[in-house]
Design a protein around this ligand. Structure first.
Ligand code: FES
Length: 163
């Protein structure tokens, strides 16, 4: 499952193309994607190609316009309604931190293993080389060590910081 919010789909798009390029290696693939408005949805012109490759694309927006006939609400809402074989599920998420927080909570509630949940983190960067500490999250320098972490590495710090 890929759960993306806003521009968070950009770093996850290669995941989708990797899956498409080796489609037979993967089972069911679901993309949950939300943006503020319909015009903020990235890569919407590619969704039909993704669906042609058996990627289930589920979208939502915070604010609909007169052209929008789809879901209105946040990405975790799509997750709450989704049935999954959790033993086999790997989660990739990138987007607003509040969204990722709810995605993680729901994934853990469904007993998806923390090492099967991958988050792409974002921090204000300054030096970009592990010196200044601006991007620090727990013991990690996101500029140097990240930005992608499996949740089992983040879990000890998850409730300690304003994620
Ligand atoms: S941006 Fe300075 S340590 Fe990461």
């Amino acid at each position: 499952m890929v759960a993306a919010g806003g521009i968070g789909l950009a770093p996850l798009r290669p995941v989708i193309y990797q899956i498409i390029n080796q489609r037979a290696k993967y089972g069911r693939v679901v993309l949950l994607y939300g943006a503020r408005t319909p015009s903020d949805l990235l890569y919407s012109g590619e969704f039909s190609t993704w669906e042609d490759n058996q990627i289930e694309v589920m979208t939502t927006v915070d604010r609909a316009d007169e052209s929008w006939l789809g879901q209105v609400g946040v990405v975790p809402m799509l997750f709450y309604r989704l049935s999954l074989d959790t033993d086999k599920t790997v989660v990739f998420s990138c987007g607003p931190e509040i969204m990722m927080r709810f995605v993680v909570f729901e994934a853990l509630a469904r007993r998806i293993a923390p090492q099967q949940i991958y988050l792409s983190l974002e921090r204000n960067m300054k030096c970009g080389q592990g010196f200044c500490g601006h991007c620090q999250y727990g013991p990690f320098f996101i500029c140097k060590d990240g930005p992608v972490y499996s949740f089992d590495r983040l879990e000890p710090f998850f409730n300690l910081e304003d994620f």
